[in-house]
Ligand binder design. Structure first.
Ligand code: ADP
Length: 174
């Protein structure tokens, strides 16, 4: 069978059930999927790339069709390195569209071979985002319905890296 690979890039800070739903759907279409964990420093992530990758590994288990890799530079450079030119993105609502559309066109300008494929999650997950999950966790809410158990455990352990809870609180205030 012809190899039919795709990259699913994102911050996954932390992984939630919407992400897992998109990954599951993508493995039904593609023979293998690279989940690429972007550093996303500008977003002030709560968890390090290593911790985010570990949460993904613990949540996805051993599946030879899924590879989890760090993504530090431009997506187009990563795509060239991997020789994979299909990118998967999740679309929750119309509000995601403008940014996604702009990014897909920019990526295509940078690398004409790149195609972006959009998948929509189960309706129950359309309201989910990592940001909202972190806000709920920060104020002591129960996140177990929204994230896989390994991410819920990390969120409970004190919101990620040492000092991260304090940083998150400060960001919340600003
Ligand atoms: P971003 O890439 O904007 O930092 P994430 O890293 O959280 O956002 O998400 C990675 C990808 O997963 C993006 O394509 C995003 O649209 C998608 N996604 C995020 N949350 C959901 C969800 N609840 N359902 C489906 N797709 C989602």
């Amino acid at each position: 069978m012809k190899e039919n690979r795709a990259i699913y890039p994102g911050s996954f800070d932390p992984v939630h059930l919407g992400h897992l739903d998109v990954i599951r759907r993508s493995t039904q279409i593609f023979s293998s999927v690279i989940v690429a964990v972007a550093a996303s420093k500008a977003k002030g992530p709560l968890f390090s790339v290593d911790v985010r990758m570990q949460m993904l590994r613990d949540s996805l288990g051993d599946n030879p069709a899924i590879q989890i890799l760090p993504l530090h530079g431009l997506l187009v450079d990563f795509a060239r390195e991997q020789e994979v030119f299909t990118v998967i993105r999740g679309l929750r609502a119309v509000s995601d569209f403008e940014f996604e559309f702009q990014m897909a066109l920019m990526n295509r300008k940078l690398e004409p071979r790149l195609e972006t494929v959009y998948l929509t999650p189960k309706e129950d997950y359309t309201y989910l985002s990592s940001r909202i999950v972190k806000e709920v966790a920060l104020f002591g809410g129960d996140v177990e319905k929204f994230v896989p158990a390994p991410a819920a455990a990390r969120l409970k352990m004190g919101l990620g890296e040492p000092g991260a809870a304090e940083q998150a609180r400060l960001r919340q205030k600003s």
